[in-house]
Design a protein around this ligand. Structure first.
Ligand code: C5P
Length: 291
């Protein structure tokens, strides 16, 4: 039996460039992973199967072409083995919410299957099949701090970026990625983002991030106005910076420490007891490796 942790992904910034011939947009993004995430258990079995549990399992049951099963089948083709494995996915992250849960699940499936089939694949092979599963899957194969570009298929490691205390907020309102891209207007574009260098203290992180943006925030807010309310509540609860992740609707706030993060979560929960609120740590090491 193998366990894999599938951490939430947060785009600390996301700059969107031109639409390419393949229909995808050029991106530049600083990506980190959180200490909150989905959990997968892989067990050898007679055939490939997927069981869903956890708070967001029901939302996933309605999604066609589950990424975990697609990843497992693609792995089987690559390694030339039938993936006879029972996968149990504890879906702790809200679905289709800009924090890459499905992508992280797919990447965790690839990692878990490669551990079950030692010697049949390597990371490079996993990275080769990752982009076809989704734009966020390549960076999720090895969760870390990545400066990502292209459609998401190019990325380079940022190894001295600090750990951050953050609160993730999602009201439950759905946002559809393709619609957000279609509503894009003004944007920063690609080519201008600087690699973070000597960005270690919180004030430096905030300064650095203020010189960037999430270009999808405006179009997502116009489609889903509650995003504006999420951001205002984060700012009103002491966040040093509040921004949307990915194509939304999840937003994150950065706080000076864990206590102020927890207090902000409690404050927002009093007003919105049904919202998903996750006080977490971003870029905090390699929890996904812990078995
Ligand atoms: O790759 P993923 O499944 O995350 O993309 C969902 C949709 O978002 C795509 O079909 C496309 O419309 C849009 N997209 C884009 N440019 C990207 C990533 C996604 O236009 N770089």
């Amino acid at each position: 039996m193998i366990r894999e942790f599938a951490p939430a992904k947060v785009n600390l910034f996301l700059h969107v460039g031109q639409k390419r011939a393949d229909g995808y947009h050029e991106l530049e993004s600083l990506v980190v992973f959180a200490s909150v995430g989905d959990e997968l258990v892989l067990e050898e079995a007679d055939a490939l199967s997927l069981d869903l549990e956890g708070p967001f399992a029901a939302a996933l049951k309605n999604e066609p072409g589950n990424l975990v099963l697609r990843a497992a089948r693609r792995f089987g083709e690559l390694a030339q083995v039938e993936p006879k494995v029972r996968i149990t996915l504890a879906k702790n992250l809200p679905v289709a919410s800009g924090i890459g849960g499905g992508s992280s699940d797919a990447a965790a499936t690839l990692r878990g299957l490669s551990r079950l089939n030692r010697g049949r694949t390597n990371l490079q092979a996993l990275w080769d099949i990752a982009p076809e599963l989704g734009s966020d899957v390549p960076v999720s194969v090895l969760p870390g701090c990545w400066l990502m570009s292209g459609r998401g298929e190019r990325f380079s490691n940022v190894n001295d970026f600090p750990t951050l205390d953050a609160l993730l907020v999602n009201s439950g309102a759905p946002v559809f990625t393709a619609e957000v891209y279609a509503a894009l207007g003004e944007r920063t574009g690609t080519g201008s983002a600087k690699r973070p260098s000597r960005v270690t203290r919180m004030a430096e992180v905030v300064d650095y991030l203020r010189s960037t943006a999430n270009d999808l925030e405006q179009p997502a807010r116009s489609l889903c106005p509650v995003i504006g309310e999420q951001l205002a509540l984060l700012e009103g609860s002491g966040a040093l910076l509040a921004r949307m992740s990915g194509s939304g609707a999840t937003c994150f706030g950065l706080y000076p420490d864990g206590v102020s993060t927890q207090m902000a979560a409690e404050k927002i929960a009093r007003e919105h007891p049904n919202w998903w609120l996750a006080p977490t740590r971003l870029n905090f090491g390699r929890r996904w490796e812990i078995q």
